[in-house]
Design a protein around this ligand. Structure first.
Ligand SMILES: [Fe+2]
Ligand SMILES: [Fe+2]
Length: 150
């Protein structure tokens, strides 16, 4: 199971991803986390062997799926911020754009078959998402709740 840490007691169980106040966005974050886990599983699998043609096709397909979903998520999140006049919109969008550029760079290296799948890469996507959701996205929680969103 991804993203969650549960304990025997219901009261102390918690989610590793913070909830940001808007149900649809929380849902999208969980889906992004599951894609990040999928990606890290492939990277782990390939960290000690060369990818076969079939592996490359799996990676291409997964990465395209991730890129499409990241783009959809960022554009919906940004639209909400613009719509409600979120004061940190510009800085937040800059972080989204920077991440998108990094992902595109990785995708082009993968397209050129010019990348080594190292173990440390396996948490790349997850670490970024985890930090972004829990530290950056979390900041808009109170703002959107104050606007009556849920
Ligand atoms: Fe987000
Ligand atoms: Fe964000």
């Amino acid at each position: 199971m991804f993203g969650f840490k549960s304990s025997a007691s219901k009261d102390t169980s918690h989610c590793l991803l913070k909830e940001v106040g808007i149900a649809e966005i929380n849902k999208q974050h969980l889906r992004l986390a599951s894609y990040a886990v999928e990606f890290s599983l492939i990277v782990d699998e390939l960290s000690d062997r060369e990818p076969t043609n079939q592996d490359w096709r799996r990676i291409d397909a997964l990465l395209s799926k991730i890129m499409r979903y990241v783009a959809k998520h960022f554009s919906e999140e940004e639209a909400l911020m613009r719509e409600h006049g979120y004061p940190d919109y510009a800085a937040h969008k800059k972080l989204h754009d920077k991440f998108t550029a990094e992902m595109l760079k990785m995708q082009s290296e993968i397209n050129n078959r010019n990348i080594k799948f190292k173990k440390k890469m396996s948490s790349l996507l997850w670490d970024w998402l985890y930090h972004h959701i829990n530290e950056i996205d979390y900041k808009y929680r109170e703002f959107f709740l104050g606007k009556g969103l849920s």
